[in-house]
Design a protein around this ligand. Structure first.
Ligand code: SER
Length: 497
């Protein structure tokens, strides 16, 4: 089954066989939910239905929710599973069915529709949840000793609906394991892969950390589409499934770097594949790169991808082609019409951002590499905050990117110093606003302004006018302050100058 077929099979199973209302994915931008920056779980946009704050269109709903999580971004590409963008298949009950249905339906879908081998499936449950254990044990062909009690089987995401959960794992075989005698379900290694989480949502976590009973019991399930695809398609990582691999192939073609030959280069190929999907979907949902909030998350993802492109030796722009590969993957899937419709727009946004960062990336990297050499030579461990700030302010390096590059070299960023430099900059900006500083423009009447141009490539130009103390002048000398007008300039005014 392709990834798109798997999504379809899941949604059809719950919609057509189990009476669920099939809804399209919600936007990545949370609505009326100040606790979240981005939607990071299938249940997140449905919170008001769990709490009873809003009446759902039906008490059974199924979705394939587009999600972005960046908490573990440094792990992307380094493990088989970490991604910033993923789809979460889910079936939800708002005061309708509970464990007695959710468990058998998950079993039926996995063993009869997807036809996973029953003897390779394992489940975990919250230690006191005997009811769930009994239900699992009564499923047809369920291996009776494949239930494990785990203390941390409780799912919550900040304040809101939550509850004990039961996870389904597949045993990928001892050859994928760590070989330790303690290895089993819940081990950190790659042998036992969690593919589905069934949450028995019955509490509402309050801002103060306490739990209140919800008015009714609910079901929230989440099954990672890419993970399930990796199992069904027999791939070692999510990146080799048809939901990601075409982007790797594209990046490989542009860079001339083959996948699977060099571990570090594979990381960069995987980062580009993951980030290309995130940026395309974020822009599709109306997010634009900026220095704040969601826009900053997008900017960080974009700039990180560009840097990994450079690490593969790609010198020119390449992300628009990566977006083409993303659209190609989803173009025939239901619920991706907006991606196809906004294809050109997404490329345009990315192209502008790529130009902006490309203009300063090499200079910034030169500066950072020089600093890294000096730190190492001096036996120091942390890059001073003001240099991190200069990279951010002048060269457009998100501070997390600087930090990550430093981490790769066993170094760190002095974050306190960075924050201090940032605060000082804010104060300067406030003072400048208060002083009403403006761009000073002299009398240009004697100058043919039609010849003046902004040219990002301009390296040499002609001075066409000089002004000093508000008046045109014919010369200036060392130590004097003056303004000049160039025939061609790579500079442009931003945010009022
Ligand atoms: N909310 C749970 C999770 O994200 C199940 O959907 O794992």
């Amino acid at each position: 089954m392709t990834g798109n077929e798997l999504r379809e099979a899941y949604l059809q199973f719950f919609a057509e066989k189990k009476g669920h209302l099939r809804l399209p994915s919600f936007s990545l931008i949370p609505q009326d939910d100040p606790t979240l920056l981005l939607i990071g779980a299938g249940m997140a946009p449905l919170k008001p239905f769990f709490t009873g704050k809003m009446k759902p269109p039906r008490t059974r709903v199924t979705t394939s929710q587009r999600c972005v999580r960046t908490g573990d971004i440094e792990n992307v590409g380094r493990t088989a599973r970490h991604q910033t963008y993923f789809e979460m298949l889910g079936n939800f009950s708002f005061g309708d069915y509970f464990k007695g249905e959710a468990i058998p339906w998950a079993w039926e879908f996995l063993t009869e529709v997807v036809e996973l081998p029953k003897d390779k499936l394992w489940v975990t449950v919250y230690p006191d949840d005997d009811e769930a254990i009994e239900i699992w044990k009564s499923q047809p062909g369920f291996p009776q000793d494949h239930v494990v009690k785990l203390d941390d089987n409780f799912w919550e995401i900040g304040p809101g609906p939550c509850g004990p959960d039961s996870e389904i794992y597949i045993d990928l075989g001892p050859e994928r394991g760590c070989g330790k005698p303690t290895c089993g379900v819940g081990c950190d290694c790659d042998r036992y892969l969690e593919i589905w989480n069934l949450v028995f949502t019955q509490y509402d976590r309050q801002e103060d950390g306490s739990y209140k009973d919800l008015a009714h019991k609910n079901i929230d399930t989440g099954c990672g589409l890419e993970r399930l695809a990796s199992v069904v398609q027999g791939k070692k990582t999510n990146f080799e499934t048809d939901l990601l691999y075409p982007i790797i192939e594209y990046a490989s073609k542009v860079s001339g770097v083959k996948y699977g030959e060099d571990e570090a280069k594979d990381v960069s190929l995987k980062v580009i594949a993951d980030h290309a999907r995130s940026m395309a979907i974020m822009i599709m949902d109306g997010i634009l790169p900026s220095n704040e909030g969601r826009g900053y998350v997008l900017r960080r993802i974009l700039r990180r991808a560009i840097r990994h492109g450079r690490m593969l030796g790609i010198t020119g722009k390449f992300l628009e082609g990566a977006v083409d590969a993303v659209v190609e993957i989803y173009k025939d899937a239901s619920d991706f019409g907006e991606l196809v419709a906004k294809h050109d727009y997404i490329k345009k946004v990315i192209s502008i951002e790529e130009d902006r960062f490309a203009a300063t990336l090499n200079q910034g990297m030169d500066l950072l590499n020089k600093e890294i050499d000096e730190l190492k030579a001096a036996g120091k461990k942390a890059l001073p905050g003001e240099i991190g700030f200069r990279l951010y302010d002048t060269f457009g390096f998100p501070w997390e990117l600087t930090e990550e590059i430093l981490h790769e070299q066993g170094l760190d960023l002095d974050k306190d110093g960075f924050d201090k430099a940032m605060e000082e900059q804010r104060q300067r900006a406030r003072a400048a606003r208060a002083a009403n500083i403006r761009v000073q423009v002299p009398d240009l009447s004697g100058i043919d302004v039609s010849k003046l141009a902004v040219d990002p490539e301009a390296k040499e130009s002609k001075v066409v006018a000089i002004w000093k103390d508000g008046k045109l002048a014919s010369e200036i000398h060392d130590g004097e302050e003056a303004g000049i007008i160039l025939e061609k300039t790579p500079f442009y005014a931003e945010g009022g100058g």
